[in-house]
Design a protein around this ligand. Structure first.
Ligand SMILES: O=C(O)C[C@@H](Cc1ccccc1)C(=O)SCC(=O)c1ccccc1
Ligand SMILES: [Zn+2]
Length: 170
């Protein structure tokens, strides 16, 4: 099912997600719903926090043809090279805004797959940036937190106005 994506400044986006105890069919259904929601948005990543499910589950697919789906359950990463790279980021929870964020360029990801099997993956470039962006979501952090307070407040004001208009027209 396509799920509703929470939008900044919704305080539920600040929730810290809990580790998954058992990778069971319920978690696999959540993963399938997350991929459906992500591809429909469209996006290249989605964290369970964004659909108001506070479990440490992330889906990613940076391919153009939905050919590289990645399931990240209880994901962790370590920085392999602390040289920072600037990249323009977007967020399905901050629709319509794209800003440059600096992050480490190479990381080692450790996570469980959709059958609960552990795996490791070395990532760089857009995939490394996306993994860090999604894991921030699981810790209640948003890419706007890396911007100046002035920019963040302007984005907040514009989105709050959009939400008021949507509520009025419902
Ligand atoms: O909010 C999210 O987590 C999804 C976000 C992931 C992300 C994008 C860019 C840099 C870091 C993390 C998005 O997918 S925003 C939409 C987007 O960037 C995109 C959408 C379609 C094709 C390509 C990119
Ligand atoms: Zn995001």
């Amino acid at each position: 099912a396509k799920l509703n994506i929470l939008e900044f400044p919704d305080p539920r986006l600040r929730t810290i997600a809990e580790p998954v105890e058992q990778v069971d069919d319920e978690i696999r259904q959540l993963v399938d719903d997350m991929f459906e929601t992500m591809y429909d948005a469209p996006g290249i990543g989605l964290a369970a926090t964004q659909i108001n499910v506070h479990k440490r589950v992330v889906t990613i697919d940076i391919s153009e043809d939905k050919s590289e789906p990645l399931v990240l359950i209880n994901p962790e990463y370590t920085v392999l090279q602390d040289e920072l790279e600037q990249m323009q980021e977007g967020c399905l929870s901050v629709p319509g805004f794209y800003e440059d964020v600096e992050r480490p360029n190479r990381i080692l990801l450790k996570a469980l797959g959709r059958d609960g099997e552990p795996y490791e993956l070395e990532a760089e470039g857009l995939l490394a940036v996306c993994i860090q962006h999604e894991l921030d979501h699981l810790n209640g952090k948003l890419f706007v937190d890396y911007l100046t307070a002035l920019k963040r407040n302007r984005i907040r004001t514009k989105l709050e106005k959009k939400h008021r208009l949507e509520a009025h027209h419902q």
